[in-house]
Design a protein around this ligand. Structure first.
Ligand SMILES: [Zn+2]
Ligand SMILES: [Zn+2]
Length: 230
């Protein structure tokens, strides 16, 4: 099963390693693609998205690993999320994550709902004590709710899973890695998904279907990795 992870950071924002170093570890860990989703806000989106796009082109060239430019819209007021998301897409971001209402931070109330309603958003990152209304809006918009591997944000994973399942919103797992050691492995991903309260058959569904649905929605094609020994 190919490993997907749409939420990682580099030295383009507050990560500890440059994109090539992160991507090398992704390759070693069996990722199907590298996704660089550094933090942007209204002030930094114009500067950072072109850097992310260039870094992904360099990774694809150097490592022959598919590399997808993305962003995490962070500390943007709810009413500005749609504008920053549209701007990030115009500049070349193909996946848009929004830094949701995690209990590890002090985001503004209403942020989850604004992100869940926005057609340019793909993933509502670490959405904390997300409401049923926001999860229902995410289902309507096709926005994935994130189960996170980041210790600062992971305390509400069980709640996120429960509300997503009851409202029919799609789920996926991301690392939110700020350093290579925090990137996922297949074994770690399975542990985290089981630990979030999913049953084994639900884990398989989340791992297989969620990423493919997201990629298909944005028309992003990832070649199947060659089988080992081929
Ligand atoms: Zn975040
Ligand atoms: Zn993040």
């Amino acid at each position: 099963m190919a490993l997907f992870d749409f939420h990682t950071h580099t030295t383009i924002s507050d990560g500890a390693a440059d994109p090539l170093t992160m991507a090398r570890r992704c390759l070693a860990n069996g990722y199907a693609a590298y996704v660089c989703s550094d933090h942007v806000d209204a002030a930094t989106v114009d500067l950072r998205v072109p850097q992310i796009v260039a870094a992904c082109a360099e990774v694809a060239r150097a490592l022959a690993l598919p590399a997808i430019p993305a962003v995490e819209i962070t500390r943007v007021p709810p009413e500005a999320v749609a504008r920053v998301a549209a701007q990030a897409r115009r500049l070349g971001a193909r996946v848009v994550v929004v830094h949701g209402e995690t209990l590890g931070d002090h985001p503004q109330p209403g942020l989850n709902l604004a992100a869940a309603r926005c057609p340019d958003v793909d993933i509502l990152g670490h959405p904390g004590l997300i409401t049923a209304a926001a999860a229902a809006a995410a289902r309507e918009s096709g926005v994935h709710l994130e189960i996170t591997a980041a210790p600062l944000h992971a305390m509400t994973n069980g709640h996120v899973v429960r509300v997503a399942l009851s409202e029919g919103a799609p789920l996926l797992l991301d690392s939110d890695a700020h350093r290579p050691d925090s990137l996922l492995t297949a074994a770690r991903a399975e542990q985290l998904l089981l630990g979030s309260g999913l049953r084994p058959e639900q884990v398989e569904a989340v791992r297989a279907r969620a990423a493919l649905a997201l990629l298909a929605r944005r028309g992003i094609e990832i070649p199947e990795p060659a089988p080992a020994g081929a």
